[in-house]
Design a protein around this ligand. Sequence first.
Ligand code: BYC
Length: 480
Amino acid sequence: MNVINVDYDGMIPNNVGLNQDIRVRKALEKWHPGYLDWWQDMGPEGFQQALVYLRTAVSVDPKGWAKFDYVRMPEYKWGILLAPQVEDRKVPFGVHRGEKAWQEVPGEHRAMLRRLIVIQGDTEPASVEQQRHLGKTAPSLYDMRNLFQVNVEEGRHLWAMVYLLQKYFGADGRDEAEALLQRRSGDADTPRMLGAFNEKTPDWLSFFMFTTFTDRDGKMQLEALAQSGFDPLSRTCRFMLTEEAHHMFVGETGVTRVVERTCQAMKDAGIDDPYDIEAVRRLGVIDLPTVQKKANLHFSLSLDLFGNEISTNAANAFHAGLKGRFREERIKDDHQLESGTYPVLRLIDGKIEKQDVPALSGLNMRLRDDYVADCNVGIGRWNRVIETFNIPFQIKLPHVAFHRHIGEFSSVRADVDGNILSDAEWEKRRAEFLPSDSDRDFIESLMTPQYEPGKFAGWIAPPKVGIDNKPGDFEYVKIA
Ligand code: BYC
């Protein structure tokens, strides 16, 4: 079996030798119709027959894994692709550090591993569900194509986790794979597992913020799982990360283009004051303070995805060699963390203070700190655009205590600078920090579709270059 080229002969493209693995192939073939039903019910609404210029992974070779062509989304080749096996790989951290990496599930860690895979798997269809209405208001065919690319790849990521469940977890893996198709984002009875994946993505600015901030949590979590001593999970996540990079590109450049269009419109109209919101909105663009509020919302929701500040789950997963740190291999320490501390922001006697906690218990925060640093790099790009227009405004990440639903700060109200507020103050000032109903109504009023090739809605600038180097007027989606 060639690990680089994908086997396209069977129903499910793969580089894991499914043809020889009759049990797993049959299980996946059985799961496939349910997946397609889910895609029809909960995938992009209204565009299932459209021909979309999509990239499909045809190899895991870093130099050329993607093939671009027109595809109807339900016919997309969702496949199972693992990065090539690293010869003689060892468990890189935890109590088993230095032992041979596991090719089968270590019995004593089975439940913990399954939980991590199920949580990861649950987020993938959730995001497709959250974004299913957006095609109808796409600001261009270019953006619509990017949305659908993200959607089909999240679908593929679900396949990736379902493969691991079917292959390595027997009957309970099959049950979990079914349950992944049953839960629904935002459903009162069967919601998705993590909070941010039950929120709405009502408009395109939300989509760009989601792909900037929430997909970046995906990147961090996948990086941590790519370190896993359970080799099939590590290989799966390594390949998923190559796709995740495009999702963050869509988000970050999407917001950049929103900001650029706003600044350009302000300059053309001679408006220097970014807080003259009414005047800016009259130009049909999104004012920068509202962009900031959307960033506040999506950043804070994404912080919740890192779990509690002090976490026994995280400590256990690291100790067991299942989930590592961001870029574990570049860290210079003993990779076991049985001693040592990590500074964590905590709520102590009603005040936010830094406290040194055992390094193992603080692992969620370590990953979150790496995440915040990574977010700041992205935001820097937005601010550079604003600077080129000489507009006195900077987008900033809010304090980590702001608008939290999980962990230490979920019990208090904090402003974007981390000052604790009374409930009454919070209610009074909430609309300063988070999008209000009228902000949402305004954004919604701009969400009219632009389906003409090469044209863009007035609130967003065109991209610098096309996908796959296509010219500006390329018809990325042929709407049926
Ligand atoms: N919402 O010990 P703790 C992506 C629960 S995104 C609801 O701190 P832990 C993507 C927690 O489950 C990446 N519940 O938890 C992006 C636990 O419950 P139980 C997805 C929450 O385990 C865009 C209890 O609170 N991948 O790929 O240290 C588009 C105690 O918490 C939440 C992963 O997350 C929450 N936010 O940390 C598409 C990787 N947070 O078990 C895709 C796998 C915590 O006591 N997951 N709880 O009933 C993990 O590594 C960890 O489970 C978590 C939580 C980081 C999520």
